[in-house]
Design a protein around this ligand. Structure first.
Ligand code: MRU
Length: 361
């Protein structure tokens, strides 16, 4: 049996204590599925490292961790003037922005923190309280958005369906409930019979380590497959729907998500299976007209040549290790958001759902 709580929700990342002396507590996802361990981050560098090394990962959870992490940058300055505090917050925000490039939720959350820090006129101690309130609001809003995504998405998921998902877009990737997995959790809670095929998700195995773990914990039937089995499973008629999360969605609906997602979308198209993306409005980047400008994170070759410590490639081999790919909007049947399901997926329908002002970045 793997580690962790059964049948209950858990907070992926949270703030403990008051603004002046509290800290960020998060589940160390690199230890799952064998160990359920929380770590406490008491300075900005520790939060930066936790994001960078995927102790906390998944677009919304990264944003929440960074927002709380910025508060740490203001600690120790509450006895001074507000400008010194603002500088501490600004430095923290700038540092945290360098942790990972692709998930726009990171920048969206830190923009919100910066706006409060820069625009609210209060004595230093009260200003830090106000910044912590903003970070907590980001976490609380995420909980509500994910439940709304689940409700809208579950309407499209009939009982008896088998759903394939890639990577982890579950509670561990958000405040506590997930995006793609929210759809499955909601359908399951409604009493529908749902079975999930979880792609293992090379190279860091978020599908097997995290998605399979979460679904098993919450009593949802799940079958783990290697990434290269998805085509065969679809050909055998075993999949009726694909639902994945997103790290950044451009104004036309092109969607960056974990490497391998694009391949799954192509396979779904070839087999006539609807391919859905589930994401909150905080994952849209309306400043980008299409997906070509989405920055794609390149990660350490050792993740491929010596994943989890065992050498599996010859020394000195050339490696290409992009962490994300971009699925063209044309392959996406709909985007499940907290404001409803966007379909067809194009610039006009996205603007109609999110508003032309959209989400500023
Ligand atoms: O590298 P990761 O584990 O942070 O990648 C995560 C994903 O690609 C998720 O699918 C995405 O962030 C959506 S999370 C609701």
């Amino acid at each position: 049996m793997s580690a962790g709580p059964v049948g209950e929700t858990w907070e992926t990342v949270s703030w403990v204590g008051d603004s002046a002396s509290g800290f960020v507590r998060l589940i160390d996802q690199t230890r799952l599925p064998t160990e359920f361990v929380r770590i406490d981050c008491r300075d900005v560098a520790t939060v930066w490292e936790a994001i960078r090394s995927l102790r906390v990962r998944g677009a919304p959870a990264i944003g929440i961790a960074a927002a709380f992490g910025a508060v740490l940058g203001g600690q120790g300055m509450v006895g001074g003037d507000s400008d010194a505090l603002r500088k501490g917050l600004r430095d923290a925000s700038e540092q945290l922005r360098t942790s990972r490039p692709t998930a726009v939720n990171l920048f969206w959350a830190l923009d919100r923190i910066d706006r409060v820090a820069d625009s609210v006129e209060l004595p230093a101690d009260q200003l830090l309280d106000r910044v912590l309130e903003e970070a907590q609001a980001i976490a609380d809003e995420d909980k509500a958005m994910c439940r709304a995504i689940g409700r809208f998405g579950a309407e499209l998921l009939p009982s008896g369906h088998n759903v394939l998902t890639h990577c982890n877009a579950g509670g561990l990737a958000t405040a506590d409930y997930g995006t793609a997995l929210a759809v499955i959790f909601a359908a399951h809670e409604q009493g529908k019979s749902v079975h999930v095929f979880a792609d293992e998700t090379r190279p860091l195995l978020q599908g097997s380590r995290l998605t399979a773990w979460e679904l098993q914990r919450r009593g949802v039937p799940v079958t783990l497959i290697c990434d290269n089995m998805a085509a065969q499973v679809m050909k055998e008629g075993k999949v009726q729907m694909v639902v994945v999360g997103a790290d950044r969605i451009a104004a036309n609906g092109d969607t960056a998500n974990k490497i391998g997602t694009y391949g799954v979308a192509v396979l779904a198209k070839a087999h006539g299976i609807p391919f859905y993306v589930a994401a909150p409005s905080s994952t849209f980047d309306l400043s980008l007209p299409d997906g070509s400008a989405i920055p794609i994170e390149q990660r350490d070759p050792a993740e491929i040549t010596a994943g989890f410590g065992r050498v599996t490639a010859p020394e000195g081999i050339a490696v290409y290790n992009p962490a994300f790919d971009v699925t063209p909007a044309a392959l996406i049947a709909g985007i499940m958001t907290e404001r409803g399901v966007i379909q067809p997926v194009n610039a006009a329908s996205i603007a109609a759902t999110l508003g032309t002002a959209g989400v500023p970045h």
